[in-house]
Design a binder for this molecule. Structure first.
Ligand SMILES: *Cc1c(COP(=O)(O)O)cnc(C)c1O
Length: 404
C-alpha cells in the first residue's frame, strides 16, 4: 500500500490553492505534476554544471555530457531497448512522430497504404496525412465501437501487402482505452508493415517493454511521466533508424561537412541536430527514477481504485453519461451531462479549485463519432485521493443545478 500523504508531500504544487480552495488536479492526462526530486535535478543542473554537451573538453561540459548520457541509459533500461542509441531525445511525442512520418516520405510510393486508428490524438493523425499528401500513399482507419474500443476484425480486413506502416496509441488520451497493441503489432508484421506506438498516454501508468512488444517505434513525452515539458523520446529499432533519413540538419548530427558533401553522424546523433534540451533530458531521467521508486504495479492498483470509485460516484448523477466504457481502460473519465455544454461545467468546477479538461482533447474524430462537441475529462494520478473525487462530484452536481 502506498503512503499517500507522504507521496503528496513529494509534489509541492499540490499544496497550493485555486480560487481560495485547495487545488484538485484532475488534468493528469494533459500533463502530470512534477515531484521535488525532478525540480531539484533542474535546479542542480543550472546551479552547478550548465554547459553544452559533446563538444567541450572543459569540466562542466564533461559533467553535463555524462549526466545527459546517464539519463539516456536510464531511459533505455526503463523501456528495455536493446541499445542505448536506439533512444533518441526529442522535444516530445509530436516531434518524435514527425521524425518518423517525415522519414517515411523516402520509403513510400503512390498507392502504398498506411493504417491509423479512430482513437488517435491529432499529433498521430496530421503528420501521416501530410506524408500521404507528399507521397500519394493512402490513409486507412481502424474504426471504433460505442465503448471506445478498436474493432479488430475490421483491422484484419485493412491489412495487406500494400500496408507499409501502422500507427496507433497504446492508450487513448480522450477515453482511456488500452489498445491491444501486442495483437496489432503481430498482425502488421505478418504483412511486413512497421508499427509506431504512441505511448504518450501509457507511460505514466505502464512500463513498456519495447523488445517484448516487438514495436518498431515507440514514442513518449516526459511531461506526462512526472518530468518537465519540452523533452521526450523516440525509440526505434536500430535497423529502422538506419533506414530513415535525418529529420533536421545542423550541428551535432554530422560526421564531416564540406560544401561538396556532408556525411551524417551515427545513431543517436543523426536525429539530434543542434543543442538539445540538456536539462530536460537529465530531469526526464530523474522522473523515470521517481516513478520506478513508487512502482508501476502500485501506480496501477491505486489508479484503478480511484477510477472505480469515481465512475461509481459520477454515475449517480442523473443525466451524466461516460464516454469510453471499455473494461480495459486507465484512470480517465470523459463525460457529459445532458443538455449542458462541457465548457460551462469546466468553468464552474474551476471556480471551486478543480482542474479538469474540457473540449475535444485533440481527438476530434472521436467526438465526431459520438456526435458531441467535446467532453469534460477528469484524469487521475496515483497522488489523487477519494476525497478529491468527492469534491469533484459535489462540484459537478452544483454546476448541473446552476446550468439546468
Ligand atoms: C499528449 C499526447 C500526445 C502529444 O504529446 P506532446 O507532448 O504534446 O507532443 C500525443 N498522443 C497522445 C496519446 C497524447 O496523450
Amino acid at each position: 500500500m502506498l503512503d499517500i500523504d507522504k507521496i503528496r508531500a513529494d509534489f509541492p504544487i499540490l499544496k497550493r490553492e485555486v480560487n481560495g480552495k485547495p487545488l484538485v488536479y484532475f488534468d493528469n492526462a494533459a500533463t502530470s505534476q512534477t515531484p521535488q526530486v525532478v525540480i531539484d535535478a533542474i535546479v542542480d543542473y543550472y546551479s552547478n554544471y550548465n554547459a553544452n554537451i559533446h563538444r567541450g573538453v572543459h569540466t562542466l561540459s564533461q559533467e553535463a555530457t555524462d549526466k545527459y548520457e546517464e539519463a539516456r541509459l536510464k531511459i533505455q533500461k526503463h523501456f528495455n531497448a536493446k541499445k542505448s542509441y536506439e533512444i533518441i531525445f526529442t522535444s516530445g511525442t509530436t516531434h518524435s512522430i514527425n521524425i518518423v512520418a517525415t522519414g517515411f516520405s523516402s520509403l513510400l510510393k503512390k498507392g502504398d497504404e498506411v493504417i491509423v486508428s479512430a482513437l488517435e490524438h491529432h499529433s498521430n493523425i496530421v503528420p501521416w496525412q501530410m506524408l500521404c499528401e507528399r507521397t500519394g500513399a493512402i490513409l486507412k482507419v481502424i474504426p471504433m465501437n460505442q465503448d471506445g474500443e478498436l474493432v479488430m476484425n475490421e483491422y484484419d480486413k485493412l491489412l495487406s501487402d500494400k500496408t507499409k506502416i501502422v500507427f496507433v496509441n497504446h492508450i487513448s488520451n480522450a477515453l482511456g482505452t488500452i489498445n491491444p497493441i501486442e495483437e496489432i503489432i503481430e498482425k502488421a508484421h505478418k504483412v511486413g508493415a512497421a508499427v509506431l506506438i504512441d505511448g504518450a498516454q501509457a507511460c505514466p501508468h505502464i512500463k513498456p517493454d519495447v523488445q517484448a512488444l516487438n514495436a518498431d517505434f515507440y514514442v513518449a513525452s516526459a511531461h506526462k511521466i512526472y518530468g518537465p515539458t519540452g523533452v521526450g523520446i523516440l525509440y526505434g529499432k536500430e535497423e529502422w533508424l538506419n533506414k530513415l533519413p535525418p529529420y533536421q540538419g545542423g550541428g551535432e548530427m554530422i560526421k564531416e561537412v564540406t560544401f561538396e558533401k556532408t556525411t551524417y553522424a551515427d545513431l543517436p546523433h543523426k536525429f539530434e541536430a543542434g543543442t538539445p534540451n540538456i536539462c530536460g533530458g537529465i530531469a526526464f531521467g530523474a522522473a523515470i527514477d521517481y516513478a520506478n521508486s513508487i512502482g508501476f504495479e502500485n501506480i496501477q492498483e491505486r489508479e484503478k481504485e480511484l477510477l472505480d470509485y469515481a465512475t461509481e460516484k459520477l454515475l449517480e448523477i442523473d443525466g451524466l453519461k461516460i464516454y469510453g466504457t471499455s473494461k480495459n481502460k486507465t484512470s480517465v473519465i470523459s463525460f457529459n451531462i445532458e443538455g449542458i455544454h462541457p465548457y460551462d461545467i469546466g468553468t464552474i468546477v474551476d471556480k471551486l479549485g478543480i482542474a479538469v479538461r474540457t473540449g475535444h482533447h485533440c481527438a476530434q474524430p472521436i467526438m465526431d463519432f459520438y456526435k458531441i462537441p467535446g467532453t469534460v475529462r477528469a484524469s487521475f494520478s496515483f497522488y489523487n485521493t477519494k476525497e478529491e473525487i468527492d469534491s469533484l462530484v459535489e462540484a459537478v452536481k452544483k454546476a448541473k443545478m446552476m446550468l439546468s
